[in-house]
Write a protein that binds this ligand. Structure first.
Ligand SMILES: Cc1cc2nc3c(=O)[nH]c(=O)nc-3n(C[C@H](O)[C@H](O)[C@H](O)COP(=O)(O)OP(=O)(O)OC[C@H]3O[C@@H](n4cnc5c(N)ncnc54)[C@H](O)[C@@H]3O)c2cc1C
Length: 414
């Protein structure tokens, strides 16, 4: 296992760090004002995206970029430290076209699309000209078991007809979102894992309605606003089937690896940003004649945050390295492990940061509550903790010995 970066990828990381410090961080207050308070897109965003593109800092999160696809191909391991930098700001990844749900959606379209679909749907995304959303979850069924999904997809001549309800489609409520990737039942009589297909649905198709924008814990995803949709006799051409008919779940697996690991990488960046603020604040505030940083509890919180962040970073590097080198059962297990571990770590760090900051910790004046909400949703989205834990449990081998003949137990124990 080697987590060293090549000199080329270290160079790219340094370029991103420099770009972040000079071009992005100084604009963050303007971003908050424009996006969070005025609900507009800041004019500088497109300018920064163009600059990033010119520097080759574009589509850095797609390890399978083909020769004709714009961007710089990095491995998952090479992207990890970059995702960490971008994760410090809610809008960091967007500048480099490395944000969710675009990256997982692009990875899935790259893997499944026909040449015509690639031209029509993938290239505008790769160029940052459009946005998309993945619509699987439904309000009416427990969607952590995705085989419950009920939206109907029926063939009628040269068209698919879709009926159903979807919610929590991240990015679906963004004004630039031009299409949804809808998961639904196309083959109701087939086996449990072969009943579902995915269909590309342009956002302006008659019958597709954005019912409302959703918040989670009062937190709005300003980068990829979350949509709830209804589909009533939505008709699209048969060529809008993505991947094989009845193989929707198998196809959707492609997006899970990048979605889970990239969110985990961003958790590290957020936790670092929060920890730095904790340390600064603890040094500045005084209570009962002492600086807050002198209290044992606070020192313990800071030290534990450091341990948790460093452990998770290493864990992510291992998962990224495995994703790059061998995509076997062991790889998927560790991706599940980090998907559980990283948001738990971030939740713990941010909870303590809120406490340490006092009232300010829960206001819009810091990003701590953003990071806290991010951690909390990520423990549910992309598969709740419990579903991952069950999968991880299943991979744990049962020893060949019983406790009575366990070689590690002294005979007199029985
Ligand atoms: C902010 C946010 C963004 C999201 N973005 C998207 C998106 O872009 N596209 C999309 O399709 N969906 C998205 N989702 C939805 C998300 O994937 C689902 O919420 C998730 O899969 C859980 O489904 P559910 O909400 O229906 O919960 P349910 O399926 O009703 O599950 C509820 C709870 O049951 C428990 N549970 C379930 N299974 C087990 C088990 N095997 N063992 C033990 N306990 C279990 C868990 O505690 C789980 O949290 C998003 C969600 C959030 C919060």
């Amino acid at each position: 296992m080697n987590f060293n970066l090549s000199s080329e990828s270290e160079e790219i990381r340094l370029q991103v760090e420099d770009f972040f410090a000079k071009e992005m961080l100084p604009r963050h207050r303007e971003w908050v004002q424009t996006v969070c308070h005025e609900h507009k897109e800041p004019t500088f965003l497109k300018e920064l995206q163009e600059k990033a593109k010119e520097l080759g800092l574009w589509n850095l999160a797609l390890p399978n970029l083909a020769k004709d696809e714009p961007g710089t191909r990095l491995t998952n391991l090479e992207f990890a430290p970059i995702a960490e930098i971008l994760g410090r700001l809610p809008w960091g990844s967007q500048v480099f076209n490395c944000h969710a749900p675009e990256v997982p959606n692009m990875a899935m379209i790259q893997a499944l699309a026909t040449p015509e679909q690639r031209e029509k749907w993938l290239f505008p995304m790769l160029n940052g000209e459009t946005r998309s959303a993945f619509a699987m979850t439904e309000p009416d069924v427990a969607s952590s078991d995705a085989t419950n999904i009920e939206t109907r997809i029926e063939r009628d001549g040269d068209e698919w007809v879709l009926n159903g309800r979807k919610w929590f489609a991240t990015g679906g409520a963004h004004p630039d979102c031009s299409f949804l990737i809808v998961m639904g039942v196309s083959d109701p009589d087939a086996g449990r894992m072969s009943r579902h297909s995915m269909i590309l649905v342009p956002i302006d198709t008659p019958g597709l309605t954005l019912e409302r924008e959703l918040r989670f814990l009062g937190w709005a995803d300003f980068v990829a606003p979350i949509g709830q949709f209804s589909l009533e006799n939505v008709r699209v051409p048969v060529e809008n089937l993505l991947g094989e008919r009845g193989q929707g779940f198998k196809g959707a697996q492609v997006r899970l690896g990048p979605a889970r690991i990239h969110h985990s990488m961003r958790c590290i960046g957020m936790a670092e940003m929060v920890l730095a603020q904790m340390v600064a604040r603890a040094h500045e505030r005084k209570t009962f004649g002492r600086s807050i940083v002198e209290y044992d509890t606070v020192q313990k919180w800071i030290a534990e945050a450091r341990i948790d962040i460093d452990m998770n970073r290493l864990f992510i590097q291992k998962a990224a390295w495995l994703l790059d080198t061998s995509q076997d059962r062991n790889t998927w297990r560790i991706v599940s492990e980090i998907k559980v571990a990283a948001p738990r770590m971030l939740q713990k760090v941010t909870d303590r940061a809120i406490q340490l900051f006092g009232a300010m910790g829960g206001t819009d004046d810091t990003l701590i509550h953003h990071a806290h909400s991010y951690a909390r949703w990520f423990r549910i989205g992309d598969g709740p903790d419990e579903v991952h834990l069950r999968q991880i449990f299943k991979t744990e081998p049962v020893p060949e010995w019983t406790i009575a003949d366990c070689p590690y137990i002294a005979p007199e124990g029985f």
